[in-house]
Design a protein around this ligand. Structure first.
Ligand code: HEM
Length: 434
């Protein structure tokens, strides 16, 4: 595509373009692009994409889905969430989240080392499944569905930016995933039939998809296949993103004992030894800022892709129809001119008295594709973090430092930490030892 006048990122090699650099360290590569212009061309192989680096241009792209058509990630469908993420549903979702934090942390032992990313995935999977199917599934059925959904999703996200081989031979993993997908559809159909037979709104996403929520009788009914796909898309959108945020927060806190201490003080004062519930949310200010700052540093969806629908102008450049664009929340969040010392984990950037660039926080995207589950995600992560902090202190261990794995989401691979029970510390000295 013609992208005349737009600088190309340095370091492209014949045939493979920037692919080697992108594969070696995709996050560093992407964050470095802002130094080369407001729009920068990148060659992930023989193709070209234009990366949008200036936050106001990123917003222009995300807000205008007529000129810049969304693509890449699985799409839940317009308005699919319906009332599933109404404020009225949050207390119920919060209770599910807390239950899963209790379940997972209940098996932690004082002084042991845990795989934090795996534990966070377990917590988030239960919570995300609970938001989709809150009742009506036995524990065993829920566990089976979560296992199958994870298997399907693990292979589903195609990389949007680093190069992928165009044709992949069938693999044993692919065959297992196809079987898991079939089981999942079958299970969702079973739940949907039960919801419809009962006709009651259970306050979850499936009630909306099955059309048994208030006002559902006025909507066009979805087919079983559509319901299963949308349920899976929601689970997929919510699971890895929330899990990654929780795991990164625990890792970042370990590097800032002073912040961790404030988190513990807040959790002690607000939760008073119990698990976090929805009504605690307004009082968990420090925890909320930690979540916001974690999402600034590691926005799980770090690449948002769009395609130019017809010749248009952006930032003073002509873009031809068909040009592929990439907007990266990670790139914007790591711009030194917007967030001074961007590599520093500093939740106090988000106190009310600090100035911040208005349009430069893009963890949840913008426009018609803006995250439908943002309130759910923030509520769930904040409550999970507070519940964990009330009882546990997680310490870094040698060899447990994570590698930021940037595929569909940015996840902390290999993050292992030692779980120290805070109950074992005399209460008088608890806050001093964090
Ligand atoms: C920390 C957690 C999360 C982050 C950072 C996040 C981020 C995002 C972003 C950036 C987008 C926009 C994608 C684009 O413009 O192409 C998006 C879309 C979406 N998110 Fe989230 N998300 C999170 C959690 C959730 C949860 C928990 C759910 C639901 C349970 C959810 C459901 C969705 C849906 C349905 C869309 C729209 C998808 C579409 O229309 O294509 N997200 N999310």
């Amino acid at each position: 595509m013609t992208t005349s006048g737009i600088p190309t990122a340095p370091g492209a090699l014949p045939l493979v373009g920037h692919a080697p650099r992108m594969l070696r360290d995709p996050l560093r590569f992407v964050a470095g692009l802002a130094a080369h212009g407001d729009l920068v061309q990148v060659r992930p192989g023989t193709s070209r994409v234009v990366v949008v680096c200036r936050p106001d241009l990123v917003r222009e792209v995300l807000l205008d889905d007529g000129r810049f058509v969304p693509g890449g990630r699985p799409h839940a469908g317009p308005g699919a969430a319906g009332p599933a993420f109404d404020a009225s549903r949050m207390p119920g979702y919060a209770a599910v989240m807390t239950e899963h934090v209790e379940r997972v942390t209940g098996r932690w032992k004082d002084g042991r080392i845990v795989d934090v990313a795996a534990e966070a995935r377990d917590i988030a999977a239960g919570a995300a499944f609970g938001a989709v199917v809150s009742g009506g599934a036995s524990r065993a059925a829920a566990r089976r569905c979560v296992r199958d959904a994870r298997m399907v999703l693990d292979g589903a996200y195609r990389r949007t930016f680093p190069p992928v081989p165009p044709v992949r031979p069938p693999t044993p993993g692919g065959v297992r995933r196809a079987a898991a997908h079939r089981r999942l559809r079958q299970a969702v159909k079973g739940f949907t039939d039960a919801y419809r037979a009962e006709g009651a709104d259970r306050g979850d996403l499936l009630s909306v998809l099955a059309g048994v929520h208030d006002g559902g009788e006025n909507e066009a009914p979805r087919t079983d296949g559509e319901i299963a796909d949308q349920a899976l898309a929601f689970f997929g959108a919510g699971w890895g993103t929330t899990a990654g945020t929780l795991a990164w927060a625990l890792h970042l806190l370990a590097g800032r004992p002073d912040v961790q201490r404030r988190l513990h003080l807040e959790a002690d004062a607000v939760l008073d030894g119990g698990g976090a519930a929805f009504e605690h949310l307004p009082h968990l200010e420090v925890t909320g800022r930690i979540v916001t700052e974690t999402l600034r540093m590691y926005p799980p969806l770090w690449l948002l892709t769009r395609t130019v629908s017809a010749d248009t102008e952006l930032g003073g450049h002509l873009l031809r129809a068909g040009t592929d664009l990439v907007c990266s929340p990670y790139l914007v969040h790591r711009r030194e001119d917007l967030y001074p010392d961007p590599g520093r984990f500093d939740p106090d950037r988000w106190t009310a008295d600090r100035e911040r660039p208005g349009d430069a926080y893009l963890a949840f995207g913008a426009g018609s594709r803006r995250c439908a589950g943002d309130a759910f995600a923030v509520t769930a992560t904040t409550l999970a973090l507070a519940s964990i902090a009330a009882r546990w202190r997680l310490l870094p261990v040698r060899g447990g430092t994570p590698r930021a794995r940037a595929a569909g989401t940015i996840s902390p691979e290999g993050l292992r930490m030692r779980t120290m029970s805070r109950a074992a510390v005399p209460s008088r000295t608890r806050e001093g030892t964090a």
